[in-house]
Write a protein that binds this ligand. Structure first.
Ligand code: ADP
Ligand code: ZN
Length: 214
């Protein structure tokens, strides 16, 4: 199964991905985690990508496309994957379609996560992430058992630099301008499934399972 988890920043793509990974046993490919890792370790593209990441802007297509291409070539992607945060522009979506088409494969579903702007801002402002394993928490909605520590690995929780108020606003407008047009792109391909994330988690999971089994 090849899946895209789509939606504005803070809607819960990472949290939902973790659940899908557990249930369907396919790898989670988060473009945001890949970029953050590169910037943190100073790998190829680090100095070029850093200013975009900090400002809440999209890194240039050629960079992210190269990184995703590299990731998709790894063996664990042979039986499918969840793409979280990629594609985010029409150019990225075209790259993906072309790359998959070569092997006679395509994306099976695009889950379009939806929430009000108010909810999104609350989710982003309260979000905390594990330094070691990237697990996601929320101060009120998904608090860790021990404050400041990851339930899964004991790692230290931190607030992403781009989850601070000024950058949140920028990311939402970048989403509206550059990423939202992809909804129509995938609607035309009849792949979009809307998921209302204002419901309780159990209901969201049930909606997702239904969407994926159809
Ligand atoms: P969120 O979905 O919460 O906005 P991500 O972790 O997916 O956050 O992305 C964080 C940042 O990483 C983005 O603001 C952007 O700078 C960069 N990034 C991630 N994915 C892409 C992409 N597909 N294209 C360009 N930039 C990306
Ligand atoms: Zn952890």
């Amino acid at each position: 199964m090849r899946l895209i988890i789509f939606g504005p920043p803070g809607v819960g793509k990472g949290t939902l991905s973790a659940r899908v990974v557990q249930k369907y046993g396919i790898p989670h490919i988060s473009s945001g985690n890949i970029i953050r890792e590169i910037v943190a370790t100073g790998d190829k593209y680090a100095s070029e990508a850093k200013p975009y990441l900090e400002k809440g802007l999209l890194v240039p297509d050629r960079i992210i496309i190269d990184l995703i291409e590299h990731r998709l070539r790894q063996k664990d992607c042979d039986n499918g994957y969840i793409l979280d945060g990629f594609p985010r522009t029409v150019e990225q979506a075209r790259f993906l379609a072309k790359r998959l088409g070569k092997n006679g494969r395509q994306i099976n579903h695009v889950l379009n996560l939806q929430a009000s702007e108010k909810t999104i801002i609350e989710r982003l402002s309260g979000r905390r992430m594990c330094k070691k394993c990237d697990a996601i928490y929320h101060l009120e909605n998904i608090p860790p058992k021990v404050p400041g520590k990851c339930d899964q690995c004991g790692g230290e929780l931190f607030q992403r630099e781009d989850d601070k108020p000024e950058t949140i606003k920028k990311r939402i407008s970048v989403y509206n301008e550059q990423t939202k047009p992809l909804i129509q792109y995938y609607r035309n391909k009849k792949l979009i499934r809307n998921i209302d994330t204002n419901e309780p988690l159990d209901e969201i999971y049930a909606d997702v399972d239904k969407a994926l089994s159809s």
